[in-house]
Write a protein that binds this ligand. Structure first.
Ligand SMILES: C[S@@+](CC[C@H](N)C(=O)[O-])C[C@H]1O[C@@H](n2cnc3c(N)ncnc32)[C@H](O)[C@@H]1O
Length: 190
């Protein structure tokens, strides 16, 4: 299968019933790292329109659990529990009293076009994702999160305070011209 060109993935997503081409990014990340497995509990932060949630549900199967969360609505997906909420809100614990095996986040900050500002905003967003992991990801659990190529060094340094293994991966389904890359943080320390 050729992975070049965004149009290819848009068509493929449509033909396979995925709500976003981003679905293939999660498939490709999981083909490499195998973190979403049958029976896992997964939290999808920033889930709408739902491509990643669809893939997560396929991968964890009926014995697994997928929660999805977004500030905008998401059409229901069989077997996925959706909450319309800002993941940074500390009240989230009132709705979810479960610790997850894997947290996935495909959220990016609004892009200003000013490199330093975008980098800072991304790092701040990821700090919030790490706060979420500290309260809701189980010991030994993993995080898959979108980040920018130019935030890799700062991010790795800060994530190694919380996880034993931090690496980066750009799936073929991610546009070559885009600054996005994914951080894979494994084995949460406590
Ligand atoms: C790139 S989209 C996710 C696409 C999704 N992974 C898919 O495959 O369909 C990012 C989403 O993050 C959501 N988002 C941004 N900030 C958020 C926040 N603070 N809390 C929850 N969701 C947020 C946006 O509303 C948007 O729907």
């Amino acid at each position: 299968m050729s992975y070049s060109g965004g149009e290819h993935f848009n068509k493929l997503a449509k033909s396979r019933g995925y709500r976003s081409r981003a679905a293939f990014k999660l498939h490709q990340i999981n083909n490499k790292f195998n973190l979403l497995k049958k029976g896992c509990s997964v939290m999808d932060l920033g889930s709408s329109p739902g491509g990643w949630s669809q893939v997560a549900k396929e991968l964890v199967g009926n014995s697994g659990t997928v929660f999805a969360l977004d500030i905008i609505p998401m059409k229901p997906i069989n077997g996925v529990e959706f909450i319309e909420f800002d993941f940074r809100d500390k009240d989230i614990k009132k709705f979810i009293n479960l610790d997850f095996n894997v947290v996935i986040s495909d959220i990016a900050p609004n892009i200003s076009g000013i490199t330093i500002t975008d980098k800072e905003n991304m790092l701040e967003l990821l700090n919030n994702v790490v706060d979420f992991c500290n309260s809701s990801l189980m010991k030994g659990g993993s995080l898959i999160a979108k980040c920018f190529d130019n935030s890799k060094n700062d991010l790795k340094k800060s994530l190694l305070n919380h996880f034993s293994n931090v690496t980066f991966y750009k799936p073929d389904a991610s546009r070559k011209t885009s600054k996005e890359i994914y951080v894979i943080a494994q084995n949460k320390l406590k």
